[in-house]
Structures are given as C-alpha cells and as structure tokens.
Design a protein around this ligand. Structure first.
Ligand SMILES: Cc1cc2nc3c(=O)[nH]c(=O)nc-3n(C[C@H](O)[C@H](O)[C@H](O)COP(=O)(O)OP(=O)(O)OC[C@H]3O[C@@H](n4cnc5c(N)ncnc54)[C@H](O)[C@@H]3O)c2cc1C
Length: 521
C-alpha cells in the first residue's frame, strides 16, 4: 500500500462535482428580491473583487442593485450561497463496517515513544509502514501527557549515553545535545517544548512519506487472529471501520491492546501504579519554600475533603521563571477499563483545579497566578504486560545479566509509584537501593509466545512488574521500538516472521547503524 494510493482513494471524484453544480440553476437571495444568476454564484472571487472596486469612485454597472446597502446584502447572501455551491463529497450508500481494506508490510499500532521509533526504523529500512495513532499527533506520553523527560538515555553515575539510535537523534534534533554526543549534561535531559516535538515528529514522518503513512485520530479496536497469525487489525476513524492486513504487526499501544485482543498471554496487576495528569500554572513568584508550602496547602485541602490523593507535589520551574509544571496528581484506576479511565480523567481535572485553588488561597507567590493548561490526557504508567518468550525480571536488571539476543539497554531505577499513598516519596523503592547498572533487554521480551507475526514494544513488553518499573521509561521504550521496527523490516525483506529473525541478527543490524545495546558501541 502506498501513501499516494491511500489518499487518492479518499479524494473527491469529479462526477460528484459536476452533479452538484448542475443541480443549481439560480437561487433567490433573501433580502434581494430577485433571483441571482448562477454565474454570480460560481464567480465568488470575482464578486469579492467587485466589492472592492465599488468602494472606489467608479460608476456602477447598470444591472446592479440600486443602493449600496442592497448591494452589500445581496453579495453577502451570494457569498453564503456560493459556499453551498462548493463540490460535495461522495456519500457511498451504506458506508459502514469494513468498507475499506488497507494492506501494508508493517502495521505499527500506537505512535508514542516506542511506536514512532518503530515506524521510522522499519520505513527507513525499506518496509512499507502504516502507523496508526489515536491522538491527532505522534509522541505518546511526551505530547499527550506533556512529559518532557528523556529518561533512560544516560547512566545516572556518569551521564554516559547508553541509548543511541533514534532516541539520541530525537534528543539532538530537539537541540539538547550533539548528534554524536557520548554524554549528556544531566542523566535525565528534558526537551524544551512539546509542541516543537510534535512538529519534529511530523517532519520525520513526512521525510519517509514514500514508505510511511500515518493515520492520526485512529483507534485500534479489534484484531482478527487465525491460528497463530494476526490476519487483520481493525481501526475506527473518520472513514468508519477500516481493516488493515499486514505481514507484521507491532503493538506499541502501551496497554498491549493488540496482543491482548489477539489472544497473547499477558498480565495486569489488580492495583497498578496511579495515573497522573500534568498541568502548568503561570505568574508564580519564587517566594519562600514553595514545595513545602504547596505540600502544606494540599494536606489542608485533603483534610477538608477537597482532594482525595496527591503526592509530592513536584512543583517545578521547568519552562519559565514564573511558570510551574506540576507532577502531583495521583488517581488510582484501572486504565484498561473504559469507564474507570473516564472517571480517572475527570478526577484528574478536578484534582488539578483543587490544587490550583488551594495554592492561590494559601501559598505566598501564587496570589496572582493563573491556570495555563492541563495536558489533554491523564498519564498511564502501568497496565497490561505481555508474557512473552522471555519475561525480563528484577534479578536480570540488578545483576546486569547479559543476553545474546540483547537489542536495547535500560538503565533507569525501579521506579514504582505507590497507588494510594497520599504524600511523600513518589516511589515504593528507595532509588539508591534499586539503581541497576545498564542492563540488556532481550529480543525475546518483545515476542509473544503464540503469535508469529506480532512484536510488542514499549511499556507493554514482557517484563515482571519490578523490571517494568525501570524499562517503562521514555528512552528505553524508544530503544525497544527501534529494535522492533528493525526486526519487522528484516522479516519483510526475508519473507519471514519476526519470530524467525533471530535476536542476534536484529542486534547486528542495529549495531551497523550505531544503535542497539550500549555494550556494542
Ligand atoms: C504520569 C507519568 C509520568 C511519567 N514520568 C516519567 C518520567 O519522568 N520519565 C520517563 O522517562 N518516563 C516517565 N513515564 C513513563 C513513560 O513516559 C512511558 O511509560 C513511556 O512513554 C512508554 O512509551 P510507550 O511508547 O510504551 O507508551 P506511550 O508513549 O504512552 O505511547 C503509546 C501510544 O499508543 C497510543 N494508543 C494507545 N492505545 C491505542 C489504540 N487502541 N489505538 C491507537 N493508538 C493507541 C497512545 O495514544 C500513545 O500515543 C511516566 C509516565 C506517566 C504516565
């Protein structure tokens, strides 16, 4: 499937244009009293020029309306009707389920940290790729939840970069470091602007337009599995329900939607890490100990029944001297239950507003502050985890166990947020005690047990809950996505399934382009 073909299929056909124009002979214009000729309607631009000319001292045309007021009324009405005369889109009768089937080599579901890397890696390696994302832009947590951190890119001890490839490319193209940097200024660098990040991803997607098609505002909603193969994936978007057939599917939804619906084994804890909405407040003055004062105000608000839970709060001057960015919302919920997720979205917004009100009321420095925005979605840290061919565990991380089929490096601490604690530390673990050395992520942790044409990358890959608390961070997800995209393209080229492409081959291929595990650098 080429992107060209896809868009041509959707374009307006000329017969429709002719039919709609032919059905209009003349129209009566309200307030004008006489029918307006079709030539006037079709010549909207010309009419606009006439208005401009008539404002000068030139004489009126003999057939025109007699007063200026009438003329303005008439041309306004003509403009309205002329807009009715623009071509109509075809409306196929009975447009409903399965009206369109698309074919592609690689289907990437979810365009977040892992998904964008997977789509770029696979298309750059020559595969035809379709990327499907439910948001109107790529970037996942970075753009939907406004999280600017590139955690996992560098070792906390010495800031040495341990993930290169597309993650480093995105960081350097965001102006944070050089493309060939070996170290970052801090181990957890941040990008300056999530909108600019959207534009960067748009540009990188467009650069691959010959092979990479993106469908935003498109939700993966069903999977058709026959035996051990995914035969097709269904998405819902403005075209209705669309069926996609792909040689290889990469699940980068974060929630393992595709894997779960395809019948792959997975697990999800009853109590997962809490959901968090991020928001920003402007015109804040740095007065006194802002963090302490903010926390005290939240404790009071909670005692008064205005706020069920919170943590920290992390009140940070991240983007501007007078603007704070807040991590502090803590909503326990089940992110794979649509109704509970909806409740969590509303709770997150209510809590953000309650925090803002409490600080304006109680905290010196917030008197003249204003609420800038909350990001569109509440963030999900944890949901389904694949039970794949290998389940990466805490011991592997803490011992930095080496794997022959390593395709990525992780290095973040085991960052597990408690679900209901109201204040204090964000984590169940003491970061100092659960800080692994850089460790390997094996290819088998991206492979489901049963399905032969599916890869799973990002925070839903196969890991125990403790290991996942480290592998879930943004850059580690990007590294897994790049490996999955590379494996999918290799599989397409070899006419094999990703299961048949050995992890060693994926690793060698990544090494040749300066990506993959840091031990290969
Ligand atoms: C509140 C919060 C704070 C965090 N803090 C940090 C931090 O400080 N540092 C850090 O490195 N990491 C942090 N993380 C973790 C990290 O951001 C994520 O785990 C990481 O983004 C995982 O990448 P991903 O690609 O797997 O998921 P995401 O980046 O979430 O991408 C998943 C994408 O799939 C799309 N999608 C989902 N379902 C469907 C569907 N059915 N159809 C189509 N599209 C779909 C989503 O819209 C999204 O774009 C935080 C996470 C949260 C929630």
């Amino acid at each position: 499937m080429s992107s060209e073909k896809y868009w041509h299929e959707n374009s307006t056909s000329s017969p429709t244009v002719k039919r709609s124009a032919a059905s209009l002979q003349s129209v009566s214009v309200l307030g004008c009293g006489s029918p307006v000729p079709l030539s006037l309607i079709n010549g909207l631009r010309k009419q606009q020029r006439i208005v401009a000319v008539r404002s000068s001292s030139e004489p009126r045309a003999p057939h025109s309306v007699s007063t200026r007021r009438q003329f303005v009324q008439a041309t306004a009405a003509v403009t309205a009707f002329a807009s009715l005369a623009t071509p109509l889109l075809a409306q196929p009768a009975g447009k409903s389920i399965g009206i369109k089937t698309l074919k592609t080599d690689v289907l990437v579901c979810g365009g977040g940290c892992a998904g964008i890397a997977a789509a770029l890696a696979a298309s750059r390696r020559g595969a035809k790729v379709l990327l499907v994302e439910k948001a109107p832009f790529a970037g996942g947590i970075i753009t939907c939840v406004g999280l600017p951190y590139f955690d996992g890119i560098a070792n906390i001890k010495d800031n040495r970069i341990v993930v290169r490839g597309i993650a480093l490319e995105l960081l350097s193209k965001s102006g944070v470091c050089k493309p060939d940097a070996t170290h970052t200024a801090k181990h957890n660098p941040t990008i300056g602007n999530s909108f600019e990040f959207k534009l960067l991803l748009d540009r990188l997607i467009r650069e691959q337009r010959d092979r990479l098609t993106v469908l935003f505002n498109s939700v993966v909603c069903a999977v058709n599995t026959v035996g051990s193969r995914i035969r097709s994936v269904q998405i819902a978007n403005k075209d209705g329900l669309v069926t996609i057939e792909a040689n290889t599917v990469i699940d980068c939804t974060g929630d393992a939607d595709v894997a779960a619906w395809a019948g792959a084994p997975f697990e999800q804890n009853v109590e997962v890490q809490p959901l968090t909405l991020h928001f920003r407040i402007g015109n804040v003055k740095r007065v006194g100990n802002l963090s302490l004062n903010c926390r005290a105000a939240l404790a009071k608000a909670q005692a008064a029944g205005e706020l069920p839970f919170y943590y920290g709060p992390g009140v940070m001057f991240l983007y501007h001297d007078s603007e704070v960015y807040i991590h502090g919302i803590r909503v326990p919920a089940n992110p794979t239950d649509a109704a509970d997720l909806s409740r969590a979205e509303m709770q997150g917004r209510a809590d953000a507003w309650a925090m803002f009100q409490a600080w304006r009321r109680e905290v010196p420095g917030f008197e003249q502050s204003y609420f800038i925005e909350a990001y569109p979605w509440i963030g999900v840290r944890e949901s389904r985890r694949l039970i794949g061919q290998y389940v990466l565990n805490e011991d592997d991380l803490m011992k930095s166990r080496r794997f022959d089929d390593a395709i990525a490096t992780g290095c973040w601490y085991l960052d597990l947020h408690p679900n209901k604690t109201v204040i204090g530390s964000a984590n169940d673990f003491d970061p100092k005690k659960v800080q692994p050395e850089p460790y390997d992520i094996p290819y088998r942790s991206l492979l489901p047990k049963k399905l032969e044409n599916l890869l799973v990358a990002g925070r839903c890959h196969s890991a125990s809950r403790g290991a996942h608390a480290s592998t879930r961070v943004t850059v580690t997800a990007m590294a897994m996505g790049e490996a999955a995209g590379t494996a999918a393209a290799l599989a397409v080229a070899a006419k094999k399934n990703p299961q048949e492409i050995g992890g060693s081959m994926v690793r060698e291929t990544l090494k040749a382009i300066g990506a993959g595990p840091f031990t290969d650098a």
